[in-house]
Ligand binder design. Structure first.
Ligand code: ADP
Length: 373
């Protein structure tokens, strides 16, 4: 963290008026509520706590976001069941909360994006009664909207690194939401498809939808909802078959205005969650035509059909209809694929100008600064 501050060019530091950052969702740190020192090793985002799951399921509403072994609440319960005498003096922070605390020094502040997986209700703007009544509820941090000013940057840090004295530190968000914010999609119906190793979609909606069968849930973004789902199809399958160089060369010969009749379900291994919930769904990549251009065309078109099905499922579940799709990730540079997707989705598709999560966090910092002034 302090190395990163040092990396900011000296002449820029004195112009910085506001700071925010993002962290990995569900990475959890239990600290001492007086000193902020970690009193347990951090729980990483993807760590599962299956022993805690039955207890969490017994208190939370059915299919709630916390009912997954890697949720923050399962990590909290896991710790609570194994903690010794320091249960009373403990406090739970997410990765972003803890890093921000190093900058502003006020312990126990989080944001409603990071707090979703510990059970916070961003609609009611409170922790639900079933959570507040638990013996460990005193560990829960207080929650503000992402991009809310918390306090000034600590004086000793401002002095040491040459930042402004009144530089404000604002609440953060999760890394995937920050990446969405970076794309500057801010109207309901605008969406971002990430074509990396997997295919993930995020859609700004006026309505909140949840369906744990498909792994679909909604994050609050001010007065709107960010609805998301992730398919196991995507670039990982392409990489099993072609090098990035081959992908580029073969794509040049594809005619994107022509529909491919090849119908695949490209998966790196069996199992799909969204837009088809089937843990046994087998990859379908046959028959393979002799011509690799034709094969790649069929695969790219099949992935586009999965993307189209994903957006129509979100609509069926009650989300605002997608009207425009921005694209991030390695697949976004493939212009032929973009054209294929435009035809299959029936929507304008373009590459997002910015996709770095840090850019999204900087937008939150700007929002916090405007709020302060
Ligand atoms: P992640 O961060 O999820 O690992 P990236 O966003 O870095 O993924 O994207 C990498 C993926 O992009 C690879 O799986 C690769 O198959 C895919 N990719 C790379 N070049 C192309 C291309 N020209 N067309 C389509 N997909 C591509």
């Amino acid at each position: 963290m302090f190395l990163l501050l040092q990396d900011v060019p000296l002449e820029l530091r004195r112009h910085i008026v506001s700071i925010s950052l993002d962290g990995t969702s569900a990475t959890t740190i239990i600290v001492d509520r007086e000193t902020g020192e970690p009193i347990w090793r951090p729980f990483l985002y993807n760590e599962s706590c299956p022993d805690a799951l039955p207890m969490v399921k017994s208190i939370a509403p059915p299919n709630h976001t916390v009912c997954s072994g890697s949720s923050t609440l399962c990590k909290l319960v896991e710790w609570w069941n194994n903690a010794g005498s320091n249960q009373k003096s403990a406090l739970l922070l997410h990765q972003a909360d803890w890093l921000l605390w190093l900058l502003h020094g006020k312990l126990g502040v989080s944001d409603y994006n990071n707090a979703l997986k510990v059970g916070y209700d961003p609609e009611a703007e409170s922790y639900p009664p079933w959570l507040v009544s638990q013996p460990y509820s005193h560990l829960l941090p207080s929650v503000l909207a992402p991009g809310t000013p918390i306090a000034s940057l600590k004086e000793e840090i401002a002095n040491k690194f040459g930042f402004q004295k009144d530089c404000v530190v604002c609440t953060g968000t999760t890394d995937s939401i920050a990446a969405f914010l970076a794309a500057c999609a801010n109207r309901p119906g605008q969406a971002v498809t990430s074509l990396g190793s997997t295919l993930a979609i995020k859609l700004l909606s006026n309505t909140r939808i949840e369906d744990s069968r498909f792994g679909v849930y909604s994050h609050r973004l001010d007065d709107k909802w960010l609805v998301g789902g992730a398919s196991n199809t995507g670039g990982a399958v392409l990489r099993q078959l072609f090098t990035d160089d081959q992908l580029e060369k073969l794509s040049e010969h594809i005619d994107p205005s022509k529909a491919s009749l090849l119908d695949y379900y490209p998966l790196p291994k069996a199992g799909e969650r969204f837009p088809v919930a089937d843990p046994n769904l087998a990859p379908r990549l046959l028959p393979r035509p002799e011509d690799d251009v034709e094969y790649l065309h069929g695969i790219l078109e099949s992935i586009a059909r999965i993307e189209a099905k994903a957006y129509s499922l979100l609509k069926e579940l009650g989300a605002t209809e997608a009207k425009e799709v921005l694209t991030a990730g390695g697949g976004s540079k493939n212009e032929k694929w973009t054209k294929i997707r435009e035809r299959v989705l029936g929507l304008p598709v373009s590459r997002a100008n910015q996709t770095e999560a840090a850019y999204g966090a900087a937008l939150l910092a700007a929002k916090g600064y405007q709020q302060k002034n």
